[in-house]
Design a protein around this ligand. Sequence first.
Ligand SMILES: Cc1cc2nc3c(=O)[nH]c(=O)nc-3n(C[C@H](O)[C@H](O)[C@H](O)COP(=O)(O)OP(=O)(O)OC[C@H]3O[C@@H](n4cnc5c(N)ncnc54)[C@H](O)[C@@H]3O)c2cc1C
Length: 466
Amino acid sequence: MAIQLKKAGIDDFVILEAAPAVGGVWRDNTYPGCACDVPSHLYSFSFERNPDWSRKYSPQPEILEYIQHCTDTYGLGPYLRFGVEITEAIYDETNARWQLLATDGRRFRCRFLVAGVGALRVPAIPAIKGASNFTGAAFHSAKWDPNFDLRGKRVAIIGTGASSIQLVPEIADKVAKLYLFQRTPPWILPRPDRPFRAAERSIFRQVPGADWLYRKLVYWQKESAAIAFIRFPKLLRLAALLARKHIQQSIADPELRRKVTPTYALGCKRILISNNYYPALARDNVEVITQGLAEFRSTSVITDDGRKIEVDAVIYGTGFALRNPLAPMTVIGRDGRDLSKLWRSTPKAYLGVTVPEFPNFFMLTGPNTGLGHSSMIFMIECHVHYVIRCLRHLLKHDLKTIEVRPEAMRRFNKRLEHKFGRTVWSTGCKSWYLNDEGHNFTLWPSYTWSFWLHTRRLRRRDYSLR
Ligand SMILES: Cc1cc2nc3c(=O)[nH]c(=O)nc-3n(C[C@H](O)[C@H](O)[C@H](O)COP(=O)(O)OP(=O)(O)OC[C@H]3O[C@@H](n4cnc5c(N)ncnc54)[C@H](O)[C@@H]3O)c2cc1C
């Protein structure tokens, strides 16, 4: 957003960042094995391609380095204010200004507010009886403790989502015993990862357009897979065959195979990719536990069926709280409207970017803009260009405020609902894509090029401009 504002000639802005450094999720998630699930040539900005990615799927340190590189290359230092966590954003209608309050009491006023707070930020920690009695180490994968030495320890990992399946193979051979608590097994496909050869990197660097072409190939490969998620979920049965074969090739024990084989449609929950997760589960010192975790005691955990397991550490691989994409920040719009209250049942927005009664307020990747099949950077870039378009329009016509019309948002959300009906995400499984009422408020139910089409121009009639 900052880079494109500068490119658009708008430099009267600040970036308020709670942490002491840039990097977002790639700064916060430092657990062993943390890496991207989208090929790096696509998981990077279209305007700042990197011919030197070391491998197809980059590890976390390399992505963090790339973000730092972008910050320096585009001279964002002077715009950054670190250690400023905004708790409250209140719209002052009289002056058409947003007033922001930070945790340390500092206040800011601005005409336009762009929330780029990310969706996967607040760790979700399940409420388990007796958790405070546990005397061993206990932390979430997103709060990795680099000083905690796992070697020779008995460790429980709760959850088998995207972070866990990256973490388990990295620590399985270091710990004395690993107990993996699995609620529902994920579908896992092989990860087509490998280092780039020196010759490939040299082609990306030296042949004009080579890395651009490669990026396009990856993009269209991902988009062609989307047809199965969005339109013809039955096609995903072919991928399920591949996933089953992957289990058979990696695990010999029929009981373990049974435990890790999902019973719901592939794609309904997030599909994960890994080559070393199943082999790690097959190790003698690893046990997959399908009973729930009922209670913590001072040095042990107790399963639903009463089994007591002595452990030295518990790692929560339980993902992130998603119910309100802006929480814990409170956003108050016109007439004291509180966005968290409006979103109590289901977070909704227009194109995931604007909400009625919240003038001059934009979200990057708000409700219904998440993806199950491609790069979030693509969606972020679409939103950024859309916000720039809105700002340019206001500045050009000397307008004070922009606010999406309620009927435009209703229409948009009705169309989304209709689209969901045909997707794999509506085939009946319970997933973190859905809220308790079964509404999918997280995903974009179509192709990413269709999102690009939706956001490539400002439909003035959908907005009230004052
Ligand atoms: C472990 C992990 C792996 C992922 N892998 C992939 C992947 O393979 N492919 C993919 O497409 N996506 C992936 N994602 C999703 C990822 O969230 C997005 O791709 C992308 O990083 C979002 O960028 P962002 O800048 O919008 O948000 P973030 O990276 O979350 O950054 C938001 C920033 O806002 C700051 N902030 C938040 N609230 C406040 C506040 N109130 N005041 C001040 N500052 C605030 C945060 O400190 C943070 O620095 C992954 C996420 C995680 C956690």
